[in-house]
Design a protein around this ligand. Sequence first.
Ligand SMILES: NC(=O)c1ccc[n+]([C@@H]2O[C@H](COP(=O)([O-])OP(=O)(O)OC[C@H]3O[C@@H](n4cnc5c(N)ncnc54)[C@H](O)[C@@H]3O)[C@@H](O)[C@H]2O)c1
Length: 384
Amino acid sequence: MTRELIQRMGNETAPVIIGSGILSSIAQHIRRANGGKNPLKILIVLDEAVATTWASVVEQSLKNDAATGAEISQVSILATEPNKSAHSWSKVMDAAVRADLDRQGMIIAVGGGIVTDIAGFCAATYLRGIAWVAVPTTLLGMVDAAIGGKTGMNLPLAEALGEIHWGKNLAGAFWPPSAVVADTQALTTLSPRNFRAGLAECLKHSMLVDASIEPLLASALAIYTSSEPVDQWKMIDLIARSAAVKLDIVAADPPEANQRMLLNLGHTFAHAIESQFSSELLHGEAVALGLVAAAAASAASGRMTASGAASVRDRVAALGFQVKLPQSATVETLEKAAGFDKKRVEGSLTLILPKTGGGADIVRKADPELLRVGLRAIGAVDSV
Ligand SMILES: NC(=O)c1ccc[n+]([C@@H]2O[C@H](COP(=O)([O-])OP(=O)(O)OC[C@H]3O[C@@H](n4cnc5c(N)ncnc54)[C@H](O)[C@@H]3O)[C@@H](O)[C@H]2O)c1
């Protein structure tokens, strides 16, 4: 049970293999990703949450494959946003040095988006760049974070009352993995909340390009929140369709000069929301709120009807997401947080605004009032 897509970034191509039960034969994918040769040294960067499950399957698979013969080391990361930090980067770098990884060595990242982002950034920066393979173990990782070659980590922006506010992904590199191996079996240990979070990115892909994805979301959620056995073909289909949207957009614009910005639909809002509510909301949950806010801003700009924006809100709610901020926040605070957003180019704001009937516009130098309208739609209040 396998589907294979191709990631194209400039002249570089890499297979994206989506299947069920494929981690037990990962050695063959690693060899292929390494130009047909076995890497001599491998550092597995793993998410603590999958240490005894999927990372262990990967390790055993490599050890059982006599042809691999690689020296295998491991380093684990507790996957939290504050941990997607220079501290974790340094921990992985230390492990790479201790494992004596050379330029022919390889990093294999096993985990959700936090781990694939930081492990990929380590691969990009260790010895000025070594090969890596992504083994995403969350839905969000399979359809988004592990796709498209962006790697990175958060940087602290400011400390208030002993609490650090993080600037999302402020350090990073475009450094695509040599292969992405997504095993839907890994999703069987994911919490329903984290599974749902991945559906927000699938919905984004549906709104942007492929409306056939959306009908698959409710049934995927029903399967994961009930005790029904998971239909692996349905899961593979959902992941493949959603990943394909991102792969096509990335292939057309790898450096995010233009069209790739579409993938930021909902994200300018989401990053501002996350900077205030990082402990209350998962990334995917912030993206879901961001989609509602972006739709409201679109309606205010005439790109979407008011009923179209209301329909986006209702569809987001139907997937079980909150459509209001978890606590009160002022428009001003969130707007300021959006000001730290990397998508604000030369002091002006770029918003991705969805259109009735599908697709979205990249609106450069957007009127900041549209940002405020979106924030009010999800419950932010004006300061008195
Ligand atoms: N590079 C990109 O293009 C890109 C795109 C989208 C998101 N991201 C980043 O991805 C991150 C979010 O990724 P995520 O949603 O995968 O979250 P995550 O990495 O935080 O994982 C979610 C939770 O699930 C746990 N987990 C992971 N796999 C599991 C499994 N199979 N079974 C049980 N528990 C498991 C993790 O330990 C964590 O607690 C954010 O930091 C975001 O910025 C990057």
